[in-house]
Design a protein around this ligand. Structure first.
Ligand code: SAM
Length: 215
């Protein structure tokens, strides 16, 4: 997702220090997310959260779960932070950071669920390492997920989905559910992301899976 650089956004983000967690706060949060934000229940994290419509809707629907959305671009996270602030959600925080640094922010086993929604497909083979479902990211997810933790993944991109299912299997993840056309199933609990709305409006089938690391 590319937006024109807006130099004022760094300062504008300062108004939202109660919602936004920045990279230098890694030591304050690691292993202490629940403590720091007075939450006792599960911790669910979305990587590459974009403008935040999925994570804010999830937080509104599930007040007993602490949600963290991670986004690497400050111009993009600004939209998510504003949305969260408007809804006055106390169980949602947004983390401005690169997902590659996940283990600096989360302690082993701290996370109960990880969402990967419509991550950039990086279609060229030489860029495969940048895909958020590449083995290099899966190793980090394995470290921060609890023993019963799982990954929920959605994408419109079939080649990326096929690559990801193979990558999951090769890295010790068991598939719990797989769908190649999510919207043809009557699943009331599905919360659509921005990209999901865009692609489903074009008639593109949405792929989804749930996966868990085998013990
Ligand atoms: N999840 C949203 C959705 O489904 O509408 C946004 C999808 S958009 C294609 C992917 C988002 O992931 C972008 O906002 C991008 O900045 C972010 N992203 C990609 N790689 C990232 C990384 N390594 N660390 C943090 N954010 C990343």
């Amino acid at each position: 997702m590319r937006l024109r650089k807006k130099p004022w956004i760094g300062e504008a983000l300062d108004q939202f220090n109660d919602i936004l967690v920045r990279e230098h706060e890694d030591k304050d949060c690691r292993g202490r997310w629940r403590q720091r934000f007075a939450a006792a229940g599960p911790l669910h994290v979305e990587v590459g959260t974009g403008k935040g419509s999925f994570i804010t809707e999830m937080a509104a629907r599930h007040p007993d779960i602490l949600f963290i959305g991670i986004e690497g671009q400050q111009d993009v996270i600004y939209q998510a932070v504003k949305r969260a602030a408007e809804q006055k959600l106390v169980n949602l925080r947004l983390l401005l950071a690169d997902v590659g640094r996940l283990t600096e922010f989360f302690a082993p086993g701290e996370m109960d669920r990880l969402f990967i929604n419509f991550c950039d497909p990086w279609p060229k083979v030489r860029h495969a390492k940048r895909r958020l479902t590449h083995a290099r990211f899966l190793a980090r997810y394995r470290e921060v997920l609890a023993a019963q933790g799982d990954i929920w993944f959605k994408t419109d991109n079939r080649p990326l989905f096929d690559f990801s299912l193979e990558e999951f299997a090769a890295n010790g993840l068991e598939l719990v559910k797989v769908s190649y056309d999510l919207h043809s199933e009557d699943w009331q609990d599905n919360v659509m992301t921005e990209y999901e709305r865009k692609f489903s409006a074009l008639g593109t089938p949405i792929n989804r899976c749930e996966a868990r690391f085998a013990k």
